[in-house]
Design a binder for this molecule. Sequence first.
Ligand SMILES: *Cc1c(COP(=O)(O)O)cnc(C)c1O
Length: 440
Amino acid sequence: MAHDTLDRLILDHIARSDPEVASIVAAEAERQEHTIELIASENHASPAVMLAAGTCMTNKYAEGYPGRRYYGGCEHHDKVEQLARDRAKELFGCKFANVQPHSGAQANTAVFMSIMQPGDTFLSLVLKDGGHLSHGMNLNFSGIFYKPVHYPLHYDKDHPEHEQIDYDAVRQVALETKPKAILCGYSAYPRVIDFARFRQIADEVGAVLMADIAHIAGLVAAGVHPSPFPHAHVVTTTTHKSLRGPRGGLIMTNEEELNKLINRNVFPGVQGGPLMHIITAKAVAFGEALRPEFQAYQQQVVKNARALAAALQKHGYRITSGGTDNHLMLVDLTAKSDDLTGKDAEKWLEGAGIITNKNGIPDDPRPPMITSGLRLGTPATTTRGFTEPEMERIGAWIDRVLSAGLKGESELAAESDKVRSEIRALCERFPLPHATLETA
Ligand SMILES: *Cc1c(COP(=O)(O)O)cnc(C)c1O
């Protein structure tokens, strides 16, 4: 790493007062720099976003909302929070935005409190089929204080179209269970979501429609995936996944009364003081997402996902639902070998410098800590500049590592060494945004 990069300057500064922490962060910077990041929920935020999160805005208590704070001295914090809200509204085409949720799960908690009473029934996709743990997992607040019911995802290897949301089945379960709220938006779903169809079903049973676009927010902002507005009554998202901002959450709606409830349930309902440095970085990220380059970026994210899925299919892997419309795909490893598990694949690939996560496939016979699948996404690799030819190479690397792993430990060790050095060479040609920023 060159000595005049911003990254180096910051680390040198931290090292002067805390070499122990600085060396950990430096090792992480090195890991990110020289590995291929295929975790679908991760990205590399821009230098401006990262630096904004590192400013003096962290020093302030700003409980309340712009113009109505519980602390003095909030003039500049009011301005930046208002700017973040305005940019979010412009980006997603809605009337109200709350930029204070510390995370996606916190955003969902505040919305649940706004649209349901404890004990009420809501309808969602179960975690193992691609839903999120805040959509009704038994150990999560959503499963502890509310009553989740689920719509199914069909599993049929011979008819991959059945691994998609079955809207007739959603309607059927909604009619039977009469939920207060219907949730759509997922953590591991590779196809377009039909928000208009969900709204029809919600209207038919008198439910509130909540769209959680945590994964696809960047695609939605760029018009690469249809918008949940005007269909959803309320929309939640994270800001750090495809949207490429700082780690955080965001809630949006067009409904004035609902917006009042949401504001009250974020603060003081769920949270105390807002993370003003993160809200500052959200403003920067939303500003970036409003630029034309962001649209081109998201278009490439989708092209790259298609190219990676096609490459893996060519090497004998099955992509659930037959492909992808968005930034991610689920790889069914059993098509390659019945002995191949998600757990082994994740570990073997990490050893070669490819970072992924194991994930259940629809109707997975293996438990969640083992699984038969991998979830792969392209937001991070697209940020570093990879296009279709690099996706082809990644597909080939994945196959080389997994095929070697199936043969045995020594084969795996030898192949991983080769692949790791090839990946290192490629990564050096595509440096991360923050590692190349000159200070001069
Ligand atoms: C990632 C995710 C969340 C939660 O985000 P955190 O910031 O980790 O709390 C919520 N919903 C969905 C669908 C997600 O994928």
